[in-house]
Design a protein around this ligand. Structure first.
Ligand code: CP
Length: 324
């Protein structure tokens, strides 16, 4: 694997290797000095054309834990405002010596273009492009499910065969939903999407999942429910659902959560809009993994950087155990 552009590009074995390597990387976070020398002398640029809290900081933490040199670029305050193109921006950064580019962009396909155009030689990692893909989010979600539903040690080498995952909300604009459907299908999980008809994409019937409009009917058969934010910034105002109506049919409150099996978990990629898609009672409950997902994101991004920039799993295990 030279780039990570889409969760759909990963085979079952690729995905399990990343999850297993991330478990080795998580050991580093348990140590007093949270660093490996693996990427010493390598430079990674975080190229963010869209806002981000979790993904940008998580990649930076992952890069620093692997001892990489880190360059942070945000479009705001850069020469993008003067009209500089993606090609010229990327080539300018590569001219300073870059081994990997982590890119978030509002245009679906921008990371693919960067990886395949021949503009730069660096490895490209998609940190979210438009409504298309967010592969490291899907990987950290799968990692969180495997840990919670199977176990940290017992999960090693395993996929998610037979686990039932429900994804609820604004599927139309969600790169998280697309990436999760692709990856969870590859890992053997059964996925159901629940959304208002206006927030489902054309062609969703071709996706490898079920579709339902009735959250209450689906919840009792769910091992993990993933609540999504309604992405108003990507919507024409005329299509905004009212908050009250949306919450009544698609929001998760304590009463609805009680319909889920006792060991089922509640997930959210963040940022959450408390009160609309999820109540504070649910968001702050022990069953909600939102902060675990953030923690796990650092391990997943360490694993992806490590594998893309030339490592292998047994070396990662050796380094993590030896404390080098
Ligand atoms: N989950 C996620 O992508 O969050 P950010 O937009 O804060 O990076």
């Amino acid at each position: 694997m030279r780039h990570l552009i889409s969760a759909a590009d990963l085979t079952r074995d690729d995905a399990v290797l990343i999850l297993d390597t991330a478990e080795e990387m998580a050991r580093v976070a348990d140590r007093p000095i949270k660093k490996l020398p693996t990427l010493r002398g390598r430079t990674v640029v975080n190229l963010f054309f869209e806002d981000s809290t979790r993904t940008r900081i998580s990649f930076e933490a992952a890069e620093k834990r692997l001892s990489a040199d880190v360059i942070n670029f945000t479009a705001k305050g850069s020469s993008v405002s003067k009209g500089e193109s993606l090609k010229d921006t990327a080539q300018t950064l590569e001219a300073m010596g870059v081994d990997a580019v982590v890119i978030r962009h509002g245009a679906s396909g921008a990371p693919y273009r960067l990886a395949t155009s021949g503009w730069i030689d660096a490895a490209v990692i998609n940190a979210g492009d438009g409504t298309h893909q967010h592969p490291t989010q899907a990987l950290l979600d799968a990692f969180t499910m495997r840990r919670r539903l199977i176990g940290r040690d017992t999960g090693l080498g395993q996929d998610l065969t037979g686990r039932r995952v429900t994804v609820v909300g604004d599927i139309l604009h969600s790169r998280v939903a697309r990436s999760n459907v692709d990856l969870l299908h590859t890992l053997g999980a059964e996925v159901t999407l629940v959304a208002p008809p206006t927030l489902l994409p054309i062609g969703v019937g071709e996706w490898p999942c079920e579709v339902s409009y009735d959250l209450d009917r689906v919840l009792p058969k769910t091992d993990a429910v993933m609540m999504l934010r309604v992405q108003r910034e990507r919507m024409n105002a005329a299509f905004f659902p009212t908050e009250r109506e949306y919450s009544r049919r698609y929001g998760l409150d304590g009463e609805r959560m009680a319909r889920m099996p006792g060991d089922a978990i509640v997930m959210h990629p963040g940022p959450m809009v408390r009160g609309m898609e999820i109540t504070a009672e649910v968001a702050d409950s022990d069953r909600c993994t939102v902060l675990e997902q953030v923690t796990n994101g650092v391990s997943i991004r360490m694993a992806v950087l490590y594998l893309l920039l030339g490592g292998n799993e047994s070396e990662a295990a050796h380094q993590a155990q030896a404390g080098t």
